[in-house]
Design a protein around this ligand. Structure first.
Ligand code: PLP
Length: 463
């Protein structure tokens, strides 16, 4: 019904939610269960991405629902900036144990962006609280084609051209961006993997020199690049080389595992496969598996010791940090992941998913690259396979594939995560596939079949 005000009739039929698209309301999702979600028009869709690689044990797990209800009945809220609570203690203990004690403490927040802000502030605090303070260290070196979140600090350190564009003039200036490790796009055919790594390490070393090593706080990167490139793991030896440059100049290594961490890539932490231990690590999506808004920062001993011996406090905090209900939900998700060996299953099923995708789609003339790790796979679309030229941006290929996936049949289709990778017209669009860790081979078969169909229908329409 329309309400009339002194300035005229107001249309209230449109959604009151401020959606990303103000011209068209998105589909409404009304329920979810297991590997499926349901739209309000009755369609049941196979959720092959768990939102943005969030749902890691599927939807509607009764054990997590019970844990949430029990926590809500016992302690719904306390101000965890000043007090502690059992569910926060338990979750942080589980997280530190999951690193084999390599990390010292966990700081729990509500989103990956907040985790990145906290990580950046910790870097700054570390250097000013050293026994001999290094107060000039205010500069961060990060990478192009990366995404670290949407708040101003996180957006500044990331380099997702599309998401930064409007806000460029108000972003932080003390950040520079070097090349990502993206072998499909950047490695020269004439180069070996170790030569490629050496070239990238030299680029970072040169950037330290340009900025002045005494001014650099940290190097920040995603071990497997998610939204900005579409599941691109680094080549072997890359992170060891980056850590060596950081060590050479005394800078911190911050790894953003918000998307690729907590089991997604087949080990609990993505850095376990890189042979490096970060000084600070951020985690998010798979931490709460979608059951509660939660993310975190795992902080290494070097940083914690410095703060303990310095001011003795972390100068940061939020009203809703370490929320008791979110912590209870995440603790239960983590318990399930551990007790059912789901990280191992992610590794096993991930290998199957990767090989099936390559087998079924590798020859498609519009697919340039299929890459990933664990249950985190990306498919990059190109207009021309030999030149790797992307499609015109206006065609919005990834979004088209995403739409065709949802519309596959009357009962429903598949949910894929589209990425507009054509940064500066250089990269192909991509889709992301990130099923829950408890996925079975049968479901992987179905995911690959439906994905192939969605791609086929999309390109038929373009022909
Ligand atoms: N870091 C990475 C690697 C991400 O993929 C994201 C979100 O997609 C973020 C940080 C920000 O997380 P959030 O959207 O929860 O703020």
């Amino acid at each position: 019904m329309s309400a009339v005000t002194s300035v005229g009739a107001v249309d209230t039929s449109a959604s009151a939610v401020l959606h990303r698209d103000l011209k068209q309301d998105p589909f409404r999702i009304v329920s979810s269960s297991g590997f499926y979600i349901k739209f309000d028009d009755g369609r049941k869709i196979l959720d092959a991405t768990g939102g943005a690689a969030v749902s890691c044990i599927g939807h509607g797990d009764q054990r997590v629902i019970d844990a949430i209800a029990a926590q809500a009945k016992t302690l719904d809220y306390c101000h965890t900036m000043f007090y502690s609570c059992p569910s926060a203690e338990q979750l942080c203990q589980q997280l530190i144990e999951s690193t084999n004690g390599q990390m010292a403490k966990a700081f729990i927040v509500c989103s990956g962006s907040e985790a990145m802000e906290a990580a950046m502030k910790l870097c700054r605090q570390y250097f000013i609280e050293l026994p001999v303070p290094e107060t000039n260290r205010t500069h961060f070196i990060a990478r192009r084609e990366s995404y670290h979140g949407t708040t101003l600090g996180a957006l500044s350190v990331g380099c997702h051209v599309g998401r930064r564009a409007v806000y460029e003039p108000i972003l932080m200036q003390n950040i520079s961006h070097v090349s990502p490790c993206n072998a499909y796009r950047n490695k020269m055919d004439s180069e070996s993997i170790s030569e490629y790594v050496s070239r990238l390490a030299k680029e970072v070393d040169d950037e330290f020199q340009r900025v002045g090593p005494q001014n650099v706080c940290a190097f920040i990167a995603e071990p497997v690049v998610g939204a900005a490139l579409g599941c691109v793991p680094a080549v072997e030896g890359y992170f060891k080389a980056m850590k060596a440059v950081c060590d050479k100049y005394g800078a911190l290594l911050v790894l953003d595992e918000v998307m690729c961490g907590m089991g997604r890539t087949g080990t609990m932490h993505a850095w376990e496969q890189e042979g490096v231990i970060p000084d600070i690590q951020t985690i998010g999506k798979g931490l709460g598996g979608g059951y509660a808004p939660i993310a975190g920062v795992l902080v290494g001993h070097r940083v914690i010791k410095t703060l303990e011996n310095g001011s003795g406090r972390f100068s940061h905090g939020h009203t809703y940090q370490a929320h008791p209900i979110s912590c209870a939900a995440a603790a239960e998700v983590h318990r399930i992941v551990q007790s059912e060996d789901l990280v191992q299953n992610a590794s096993r099923m991930g290998k199957y998913l990767g090989s099936l995708l390559k087998q079924k789609l590798g020859n498609n003339r519009y697919i340039g690259d299929i890459r990933g790790r664990g249950l985190f796979w990306g498919i990059e679309f190109v207009k021309d396979k030999s030149s790797k030229a992307p499609f015109d941006r206006e065609l919005d290929i990834a979004m088209l594939v995403h739409q065709k996936g949802m519309d596959l049949n009357d009962n429903g289709g598949i949910l894929l995560y589209p990425g507009t990778g054509s940064v500066d017209g250089k990269f192909g669009d991509h889709i992301l596939i990130a099923p829950p860790y408890n996925v079975t081979m049968d479901y992987i078969d179905l995911i690959v079949d439906l994905t192939s169909m969605a791609i086929e229908v999309a390109f038929e329409e373009l022909a």
